[in-house]
Ligand binder design. Structure first.
Ligand SMILES: Cc1cc2nc3c(=O)[nH]c(=O)nc-3n(C[C@H](O)[C@H](O)[C@H](O)COP(=O)(O)O)c2cc1C
Length: 358
C-alpha cells in the first residue's frame, strides 16, 4: 500500500457525472452533514451532501453559501420531497448553483423534472429495486442504493444482494451504500457494477464531523451487533445504536409514544420556526397517497428531535444515534482528507492484489 501514488484516482460514471475527483459520496445525514463536514468531504475529492430536512429554507441557503465559500468542488443537498416547502428548497438549490440534489425517502416526479430542467444532477436514495426503476423512469441521473446494514431509515435486503439486483435493473449509474468504510468495499462495489460508494456512518466518524465527542465515543465502542432496526421512533424501520433510550421507546406503550411525539412536534416547530399550519400541511402531504395515520405523522417529528438530542446536544440518554452495522468495524476518527486518501490507496492496493485473469 505504501507504494500507492499520493493521489490515486479512479474515474467512473459517477466522477464524470458529478465532476468529483473520487467515486466516493458523503451522504446527507440530519444534524450531522452540515457545512463543515460537507466542505471537508468536498475538498478531499468526495461528493459531500448537505442534509437539509433539519434546516429551515433560510438556514439551507446560508449553509449552501457557507459550503461554497469553503470549497470550489461540487457538492449536493439532500431534501425530502414530502416537505411542504420542498419547492422553495429546490429554488434555493437552483439559485445557488448546487451541483447535485439527493432525496431522503421517496422523491417526486415533478421535483426531479424541475431540478433537471435547471441542470441539477438528481441522485435519489433507494432501498429497493422497484424504487430504483421508478426514479430512473422519472429521469434521475443516478441512484444511491442502500442495503439493510446501512444507518438511518433502511430496508431489509443486504447490500450484497440489493446492489447487483439494482445494477441489473437500471441503466443509470448506481452508487452503493450500506456497510462501506474502506477501499476493499469500494473495489467490491465497482466489481458488482456500481459507479462508487456512499458512506454515512464512516463520515460521521471523522474529526471534521461536528458530532460531540461523547457520542462519537459510543459509536467507536460499538460492535457489529450493537445496532438494531426499530420502528419505535417514527414508524419506519430505522437502524441505530442500541441504547437504553431505544429500549425504553420500544417498551413504552402507544399512549406514551404519542405524548412524546406531540412534545417533539412542538419542539421541532420551535426549533425550525415552522408554523403549525405548515406542519399540518406537511402532514397532509406525507399522508397523501400513503396509508399514514395522524399518529404516524406526529411520530415523524420524533426523528429530527431525537437525532438532535445526540448529534447536536451530545445527550446519548436523550437522543437516538442512527448508525450502520459498519460502526462495529470503525475505531478511529480520521479527517475527511485522511479518510479519502486512505480509501483510495486501499482500493489501489486491492485492485493490484487481485489474481490476474488469463
Ligand atoms: C446519523 C445518520 C443520519 C442520517 N440522516 C439521513 C437523512 O437525513 N437523509 C438521508 O437520505 N439519509 C440519512 N441517513 C442515511 C445515510 O444517508 C446513508 O444512506 C447511510 O448512512 C449509509 O449506510 P452506512 O451508515 O452503512 O454508510 C442517515 C444516516 C445516519 C447514520
Amino acid at each position: 500500500m505504501s507504494d500507492a501514488p499520493a493521489d490515486v484516482t479512479l474515474a467512473t460514471p459517477l466522477t464524470r457525472l458529478v465532476g468529483v475527483r473520487h467515486p466516493l459520496v458523503q451522504t446527507g445525514m440530519g444534524w450531522v452533514a452540515g457545512p463543515r463536514l460537507v466542505s471537508a468531504a468536498a475538498n478531499a475529492g468526495a461528493l459531500g451532501i448537505l442534509a437539509s430536512a433539519t434546516m429551515t429554507v433560510e438556514q439551507l441557503r446560508a449553509a449552501v453559501r457557507e459550503v461554497a465559500a469553503r470549497t470550489d468542488a461540487p457538492f449536493g443537498v439532500n431534501l425530502r420531497a414530502d416537505a411542504g416547502d420542498a419547492a422553495d428548497r429546490v429554488r434555493v438549490i437552483v439559485e445557488e448553483g448546487v451541483r447535485v440534489a439527493s432525496f431522503a425517502l421517496a422523491p417526486s416526479r415533478e421535483l426531479i423534472a424541475r431540478l433537471k430542467d435547471a441542470g441539477v444532477v438528481v441522485v435519489p436514495s433507494v432501498g429497493a429495486r422497484r424504487h430504483a426503476e421508478k426514479v430512473a423512469a422519472w429521469g434521475a441521473d443516478a441512484v444511491i442504493v442502500q442495503g439493510g446494514e446501512g444507518g438511518g431509515h433502511t430496508g431489509e435486503v443486504a447490500t450484497g444482494v440489493l446492489l447487483p439486483q439494482v445494477v441489473d435493473a437500471v441503466d443509470i449509474p448506481v452508487v452503493a451504500a450500506g456497510g462501506f468504510r474502506d477501499g476493499r468495499g469500494l473495489v467490491a462495489a465497482l466489481a458488482y457494477g456500481a459507479a462508487g460508494i456512499a458512506m454515512g456512518t464512516r463520515f460521521l466518524l471523522t474529526s471534521d464531523s461536528t458530532v460531540p465527542d461523547a457520542v462519537k465515543a459510543r459509536y467507536l465502542a460499538a460492535t457489529v451487533k450493537d445496532t438494531t432496526v426499530t420502528t419505535a421512533v417514527d414508524g419506519l424501520p430505522h437502524r441505530m445504536l442500541r441504547s437504553e433510550l431505544v429500549d425504553a421507546l420500544e417498551r413504552s406503550g402507544r399512549a406514551a409514544a404519542l405524548l412524546r411525539a406531540v412534545r417533539h412536534a412542538a419542539a421541532f416547530q420551535r426549533e425550525t420556526g415552522m408554523s403549525w399550519r405548515r406542519m399540518v400541511r406537511d402532514g397532509l402531504a406525507m399522508k397523501h397517497g400513503k396509508d399514514l395515520t395522524w399518529s404516524q405523522f406526529l411520530l415523524a417529528a420524533n426523528t429530527p428531535m431525537l437525532l438532535k438530542g445526540s448529534m447536536v446536544d451530545g445527550r446519548t440518554d436523550l437522543g437516538v444515534m442512527a448508525a450502520g452495522q459498519v460502526a462495529g468495524l470503525i475505531d478511529d476518527l480520521p479527517s475527511c482528507a485522511e479518510l479519502v486518501a486512505r480509501v483510495m490507496a486501499e482500493a489501489h492496493a486491492t485492485l493490484h492484489a487481485l489474481p490476474a485473469a488469463d
